[in-house]
Design a protein around this ligand. Structure first.
Ligand SMILES: Cc1ncc(COP(=O)(O)O)c(C=O)c1O
Length: 442
């Protein structure tokens, strides 16, 4: 442990924390000072089982030796190389490795530094693609109610979480939304894909008819919606979206920021659900959460549409100072090595049945109104306290933390997404601890 590890800063005022109840936190701070594999260590020396892979990003578990070593080495070898008109070899090596695990035909990669930036990049690629093809009238973007696509203006425009949108004015114009697919009255306690709601994809036909297909550039959805509290696509839903997009020449974008890199037991959700989008958005698990980095995959058809005009000209006016930077590329390469050596991109498939069984065993706990799961994802929806929405789940989060378990809550939903290295005995520990919390008068 480093010298600073045990020091709790005595003034917490200056840091305005993201997506945090700042005043509550600063009265009773929760600080991690170290982590290894499945466990965090708190400032007061307690071990906390990580049931959320940090924020859905630490898929290989914490402080994995290969990744740590790769970053150390890279920092001393090549710290930074300009990203525009210059490069370094690892950025290309990584792109090739990524294309190898991506669905067939996703042959090109643009780098970003986060999920939010990957979203903006994907939306801009979609708009510019149609224009490059001479279909500049396609300017509309279609998102979905309850969707989460990060926090930047494009992302909150196509996103559908009200609290993330309502404070920020007019957002992007020309955006419409599909209905969400959460139908608890019909689908509660479903294991895997719900039976009901597949037809909701047909709402895209209505939207297309309303605006005319010639105005629509892209549809963006999370294959499994995470931040809104884990909504699993109903049977047939994603395939239907694909069919309608293909019929009208609309690009289908999958935001795989949480499902990418093995969460469902395949490298990407596109493979799990056997539906091929035109663009895949990723971040988080790409570097195991260690260094900020995102990657947007596009098909050759999209990429090639930009490759015309004079060769000395920039083809796409977009990019970041840190796109594919050496440290992030080194971390991502070591992450992919770790995933490969330990079979982590498919491990969730082996664990899923056990995970499902243990998760659904909480059905008899008080206030549990729904449980849902897919791959190594689980959600437990709690009945809200009358007039105090979100409080019951937040109380559960605080109690779990005290009892040595890190869960994540959104609204009154507990979301679980442990590192893909979790063992069966750690799954047992997770659900024993969670049962205790839920039985404890929250
Ligand atoms: C589906 C999805 N898209 C985008 C994002 C934004 O990623 P970031 O926080 O890295 O900007 C997230 C983050 O949770 C996400 O779940």
């Amino acid at each position: 442990m480093s010298d600073s590890a045990n020091v709790t800063p005595n003034n917490l005022d200056a840091f305005w924390m993201p997506f945090t109840a700042n005043r509550q936190f600063k009265k009773a701070p929760r600080m991690f000072v170290a982590a290894k594999d499945m466990y965090y260590t708190t400032a007061d020396g307690r071990k906390v089982l990580d049931a959320t892979a940090g924020l859905w990003c630490v898929n290989a578990g914490h402080c994995r030796p290969k990744i740590v070593e790769a970053i150390r080495k890279q920092a001393g070898e090549l710290d930074y190389a300009p990203a525009f008109q210059l490069a370094h070899p690892k950025a290309f090596e990584l792109a090739n490795r990524l294309v190898d695990i991506a669905p067939e035909g996703m042959n090109h990669v643009l780098y970003t530094n986060s999920g939010s930036e990957s979203v903006e990049t994907a939306l801009k690629v979609a708009l510019a693609y149609h224009r490059a093809k001479g279909e500049g009238s396609r300017f509309r973007l279609i998102g979905r109610e309850r969707g989460y696509h990060g926090v930047n203006f494009g992302g909150i425009s196509v996103g559908g979480i009200v609290a993330n949108r309502k404070m920020f004015g007019t957002l992007l114009t020309g955006v419409d939304h599909l209905p969400h697919t959460h139908l608890p009255e019909k689908n509660a306690f479903t294991k895997g894909q719900p039976e009901h709601g597949g037809d909701l994809a047909s709402e895209l036909e209505r939207i297309v008819t309303l605006h005319d297909p010639s105005t629509i550039a892209a549809v963006i959805v999370e294959p499994v919606a995470g931040s809104t509290g884990v909504l699993i696509p109903p049977k047939g839903y994603l395939k239907k979206l694909r069919e309608i997009c293909t019929k009208y020449g609309i690009l289908l974008i999958f935001d795989e920021v949480i499902t990418g890199y093995g969460r469902l037991g395949t490298p990407f959700a596109a493979q799990y659900y056997d539906v091929k989008p035109d663009i895949i958005i990723t971040a988080k698990g790409l570097t195991n959460g260690v260094i900020p980095m995102g990657a947007v995959f596009v098909t050759s058809a999209i990429h090639d549409a930009f490759m015309s005009g004079p060769e000395h000209m920039i083809e796409f006016f977009h990019g970041y100072t840190y796109s594919g930077n050496p440290m992030a590329s080194a971390a991502a390469l070591a992450t992919l090595d770790t995933y490969k050596e330990e079979g982590l991109l498919t491990r969730a498939a082996e664990l899923a049945p056990y995970w499902e069984e243990q998760l659904h065993s909480l059905r008899d706990c008080p206030y549990v109104i729904d449980i849902r799961n897919t791959g190594l994802i689980g959600a437990i929806e709690l009945e809200p306290i009358a007039g105090e929405a979100t409080k019951r789940a937040f109380t559960a989060f605080l109690k779990a933390y005290e009892d040595g378990l890190l869960i994540r809550t959104t609204g009154d939903i507990i979301a679980l997404s442990p590192p893909l290295i979790i063992s069966k005995s750690e799954i047992d520990e997770l659900f024993e601890k969670l049962r205790k919390v839920l039985m404890n008068n929250i």
